[in-house]
Design a binder for this molecule. Structure first.
Ligand code: AMP
Ligand code: MG
Length: 391
């Protein structure tokens, strides 16, 4: 796990708390009205309908300048502090003010405490409001703001270097020369890293040149907590990532029994301080890059930051056939998942499943596990990993 740092709350969203947070203040800090209405003594309303004398009004942010006397009412807005002497609030909907405004008819009786939000009813001063390891979601940030925790100690964000490799790749908008393609993995991986809660660092496109790649990798491990490379890890003659990392790093070269994303490399490269920095060698095919990020790199990056590593999975119903041949591999089909009227999650394939066909993958919000064998038919159930917000 990475070390702790203290950050302004704004910068800490998406991180994991490194300490328990003890509330320095209560929320709400004072008893206040839950509705727009009339602060009253509950006992005065027992015989409702009943007329009460109007003593004044209290807005949110103001304080009553008079105490509530028996037989009277003070108009009160949502969030305004309860005046001394009042023990309940009557909703404005249950009242009729007379034409002079001097008195109000209360139409319904209320019990003591009605429509009052007591001090500390959300968070009590001195309470452990969040345990160490809690992820700072936007709503958690809201609670931290509510108790004046404007600086928080969190596990530092992982700095993740991203670089693409390949002589064929261009990203400068120039016309494609024969054999060239547009680079697509880097922007995707940089944004996936950011979406995972880490800090991406762009190390560019590196040619299939061993010296250039070694320089880029050594620069990256000096600045990063982990590095993602894309391309050059399979069995080709110009797979320079494999050539360079085999020489300078301690790597495991894998053929994983999944499709897409079969070739994968993981290892460590020592930086100039002697720290062993993890290297994830993702395959170059864009779909494989994306799927191996999701299945392997993302959980590891999240773990470094003490964040939940795994995406939620659900059992879903296939709405179309996902047939396949046995090949010893688990297939991860890109699908669109949604709740249907029957109350179940249903998935449909998003289109062609080739490892170069990122367009169909890009509109998926989930990946479905199609186990080795003949696949599934429409109506069968299968396990699905949800990737993002889905509808
Ligand atoms: P490689 O793993 O380097 O052999 O690449 C496998 C396939 O992915 C080849 O067709 C490459 O042209 C393609 N590819 C590799 N890197 C990228 C990238 N960054 N963007 C788009 N396609 C890529
Ligand atoms: Mg390549």
């Amino acid at each position: 796990m990475l070390p702790a740092v203290t950050l302004p709350l704004n910068a800490a969203v998406g991180c994991s708390l490194a300490n328990d947070v003890i509330a320095a203040e209560s929320v709400p800090p004072f008893a206040n009205s839950a509705v727009d209405g009339w602060a009253v003594r509950a006992g005065d309303t027992a015989g409702a309908p009943i007329k009460l004398r109007v003593l004044g009004a209290i807005a949110a942010g103001a304080v009553a300048d008079v105490d509530l006397e028996p037989g009277s009412a003070i108009k009160i807005m949502t969030g305004a502090p309860m005046p001394i002497g009042a023990d309940a609030v009557v909703m404005v909907e249950d009242s009729v003010v007379d034409s002079t405004g001097a008195s109000v008819e209360i139409l319904a009786s209320v019990g003591a405490g009605q429509s009052i939000r007591s001090a500390g009813s959300d968070v009590r001063e001195g309470q452990v409001v969040f345990r160490s390891g809690t992820a700072i979601t936007p709503a958690v940030a809201g609670v931290l703001a509510s108790i004046n925790a404007n600086f928080v100690t969190v596990t530092r964000k992982a700095r993740i270097g991203v670089l693409s490799t390949g002589d064929e790749l261009v990203d400068d908008g120039s016309p494609l020369a024969p054999g060239q393609i547009r680079e697509s993995n880097k922007v995707m991986l940089l944004k996936l890293v950011a979406a995972a809660g880490a800090e991406p660092i762009d190390f560019g496109i590196i040619k299939d040149d061993e010296a250039a790649l070694e320089t880029a990798l050594r620069t990256a491990v000096d600045q990063c907590d982990a590095v993602l490379t894309s391309g050059g890890v399979s069995m080709g003659d110009y797979d320079v990532v494999k050539a360079v990392l085999s020489r300078i790093a301690s790597m495991a070269w894998m053929q994983i029994a999944i499709r897409p994303a079969k070739p994968f490399a993981f290892g460590v490269l020592s930086n100039t301080s002697g720290v062993e920095v993890p290297i994830f060698g993702l395959p170059g095919n864009p779909v494989s890059s994306m799927v191996s990020f999701e299945l392997i790199a993302r959980p590891a990056i999240r773990q470094m930051m003490n964040l939940e590593p795994f995406r939620p999975t659900v059992l879903a119903i296939a709405d179309d056939d996902m047939r396949r041949e046995p090949d010893g591999k688990t297939h991860w089909n890109r699908v669109f998942a949604k709740f249907d009227e029957d109350g179940y999650v249903h998935v449909t394939s998003t289109g062609p499943q080739g490892s170069h066909q990122l367009a169909a993958t890009s509109i998926a919000n989930a990946i479905a596990m199609v186990e080795d064998g003949q696949g599934v038919y429409a109506g069968d159930r299968l396990e699905v990993m949800l990737l993002s917000d889905w509808s």
